[in-house]
Design a protein. Structure first.
Lengths: 241, 241
């Protein structure tokens, strides 16, 4: 399983992914689910995946090496919309190559989802969720975050506290709190995490960090969040009836 | 969809259910998912269901009217273990009657889960989760709560804050906070709620209450919990890197 969250905010983008991959509880490995393509002062794109790892890696390879017939890559597409289309095309190319065999072996095995966030010079920052069929939706001011993978445990806190106007570093804190709830409730989501913060019109990663269990900030947040929650609960009155 | 949570604590039991039933977003209705059988100073049993409503109602009818061949009912079984077995038998009786037709129409349609909590004189308070196959598991001190239906949104807060030693009314508060997170994140879970609190060795409902949007305590909890969370988030430091 996986948990990835992407946020499109007025000041830019926040992307966070875990790195646990499993094919059953006795076959667990660490694979980064975040890939970044950037060119200074011109573009930064970040792709996160959940689902079948072989499909995700094949898509990423197509995006790196270029997709036939015209060899389009994420480093060359002119807009974020075209970037999302290219990811969709790559998903369809992998489906064409492997989909039938996968589905014949196990129905539903062609199971993949992506979040693509970024900004390309001349355009706005954009965040897309791309489905297994290669189609996609775009985040807006009223729905400023997307989640893929094990999304439910970490959704309530985002529903309550995140808005388009949230400051980038406060939003990254919320993403980490949301991840912490998921890590606690689902064993198949695991450290280390990959965090990317992109400020609008900077066309570069402002923060790009791998966070493991020894990260002092993440440790502090986890501990203080737990104790804050317990305190908040304690101050609420018990059921009076 | 549905969300029900049952808690087995050192002082007794807390059971909470929503009442939204839907067959698609344009066909929503209110059905109570909690049924209580009690006999003063002798027994109190509470059954909550999630899944196919027709199956749930058929099971409840069997438990009321008595199950063949010997007409056993929840009002007559001698122990909670036998009560859980009886619910399992009723599920199997419904499967025998309707399962094949349901599954022929739609694979997976025989989809049902129950939480059964209660105490019968001579025995301890017990909480069981009963599956569609009629088998069941029992809550213990180390796993003092079970959830059925849309359980993920409301699980993190219980994982963090509930233990076997939690006071009954504090536990009921946690159940309502857990329900609130679920109500906010999933439209298919809805008010009114049914809350039951049973104190150990009382063999009666200490609290039995229907909670709707006008309930002053639930309104207060929802508002204060939201603002406490926002304050708790605000006091945590933002991402420093």
């Amino acid at each position: 399983m996986t948990y990835c969250v992407g946020m499109l905010l007025k000041d830019g983008l926040v992307m966070l992914s875990d790195s646990r991959t499993n094919a059953g509880v006795d076959n667990i490995a660490t694979f980064r689910k975040m890939t970044i393509w950037s060119h200074p002062e011109e573009r930064v794109l970040c792709l996160m995946s959940s689902g079948n790892l072989a499909v995700a890696q094949a898509v990423t390879n197509y995006l790196d090496e270029g997709l036939e017939p015209d060899g389009e890559r994420l480093t060359s597409v002119p807009t974020m919309f075209r970037a999302a289309q290219l990811v969709g095309k790559a998903v369809r190319a992998v489906y064409e190559a492997d989909g039938q065999s996968l589905e014949a072996k196990e129905p539903g095995a062609f199971n993949i989802a992506f979040l693509l966030g970024g900004q390309i010079k001349g355009g706005e920052p954009r965040l897309y969720q791309i489905y297994a069929a290669g189609n996609f939706i775009q985040a807006t001011e009223s729905t400023p975050f997307f989640q893929i993978g094990e999304h439910k445990y970490g959704k309530p806190i985002l529903d309550r506290a995140l808005s388009y106007d949230t400051d980038l570093r406060a939003a990254a804190k919320l993403a980490l709190i949301s991840m912490d709830s998921t890590l606690r409730s689902n064993l198949s989501v695991g450290l280390p995490l990959d965090l990317l913060i992109v400020r609008r019109d900077s066309f570069a990663a402002e923060t790009r960090r791998s966070i493991d269990e020894n990260d002092p900030y993440f440790r502090e947040i986890r501990q203080r969040w737990s104790s804050s929650l317990r305190e908040a609960i304690a101050t609420l009155p018990n059921v009076p009836y």
